[in-house]
Design a protein. Sequence first.
Length: 160
Amino acid sequence: MIGSLDRSTDRQLTGWQSINMAVQGPFRVAFGAVFPYGAFVKGGVEPVRDFDRSTKDNFVQARDKDTGELVWAVEVLDADPESKGTFKVKLTAAVQPLLPEAAAGFPFVPVEFDGLAVTPYVNSGTGRLAYSLKAAAMRPANGKGGAARSGKDAAVKDAA
């Protein structure tokens, strides 16, 4: 904090002061809270590169540090009309997750993510707050994972 008052000495502090927060690392969120209008996968499921262990000639797939499972990624379009661009959602699984089929004539696949977690971080290129998304599973938006429901209804149900 800049310019915080130190009550023990009644003087102004300058510079940054480090404060430990109770929330550290990823935190779980409801699908509908992140995607109130739904989400669509663009493309396929791709393995994530382990940048520390891979070389120019040898691709090594990343593993989740908590579970040891392989890490996969999908490119996602947020259906929110104000959303810009696409972003990646990482999935952890022992084998490559299967992408649900797109409806006939539709290029994108509507999906929902189970076990969604957000990890905030500071983007080193811009210095701005950013976040990454990781999910335990991906399923069709209107599939066997549950009855079809709007993102806002899902947020209420998932939060309960």
